[in-house]
Design a protein around this ligand. Structure first.
Ligand code: ZN
Length: 189
């Protein structure tokens, strides 16, 4: 039975389509294709995508960018951000990594709805379950349009996306050849 304050399946799919469009924008920009929405009172108050490469900052994940936007939103509207975060539903195309999941549990968001699992960094159970550390009961729902979300990641890692300029691909290959041992920033979701 549907819990009364949970988002309906139709609505989850509707929002996930919007998040997937954001992820496609990232793919075109040469970033890891992850799209994220923060929904408050049935409206998107922050949208984010991964900006790790653009900023050369490995912490600029889609969720972290959205958190910053919500804090600004609250400051502009003179709202208590603790209260606002508790009523936010996160819709994100890929399971949040351990860093982002920890941040979302600390903020006690209302729910996290994600697309495909993140087998390398996932903080909602794929690699590690963050929730018990924070004694958190944030609702987590995974697998919403997972195939579509995974397809975008596959395109990115194959490097065959026709929207990424050839120059960028060459640079990426060169970096890998130079530092085969060094973990590529692009590998961090
Ligand atoms: Zn993350």
């Amino acid at each position: 039975m549907e819990i009364q304050d949970s988002m309906s399946n139709d609505l989850m799919i509707k929002w996930m389509d919007v998040a997937l469009n954001k992820a496609e924008d990232s793919l075109r920009a040469g970033e890891v294709p992850v799209g994220c929405l923060f929904i408050y009172q049935n409206e998107i108050i922050a949208t984010g995508n991964n900006r790790v490469n653009e900023t050369r900052n490995a912490t600029r994940h889609a969720e972290i960018n959205c958190i910053d936007d919500v804090i600004e939103f609250c400051s502009n509207k003179k709202l208590d951000y603790h209260e606002v975060f508790r009523n936010i539903d996160i819709v994100v195309t890929v399971e949040p990594c351990i860093m982002c999941a920890a941040a979302l549990h600390q903020l006690q968001v209302h729910s996290i709805i994600y697309g495909c699992p993140n087998d390398r960094f996932g903080g909602c159970g794929s690699v590690f379950e963050v929730a018990p550390i924070y004694n958190s009961n944030v609702k987590i729902i995974g697998g919403v349009k997972a195939i579509e979300a995974m397809q975008l990641l596959k395109e990115f890692y194959k490097g065959t996306n026709p929207n990424v300029p050839e120059e960028k691909m060459k640079k990426k290959r060169k970096q890998k050849e130079k530092n085969p041992e060094k973990k590529d920033l692009l590998d961090c979701i």
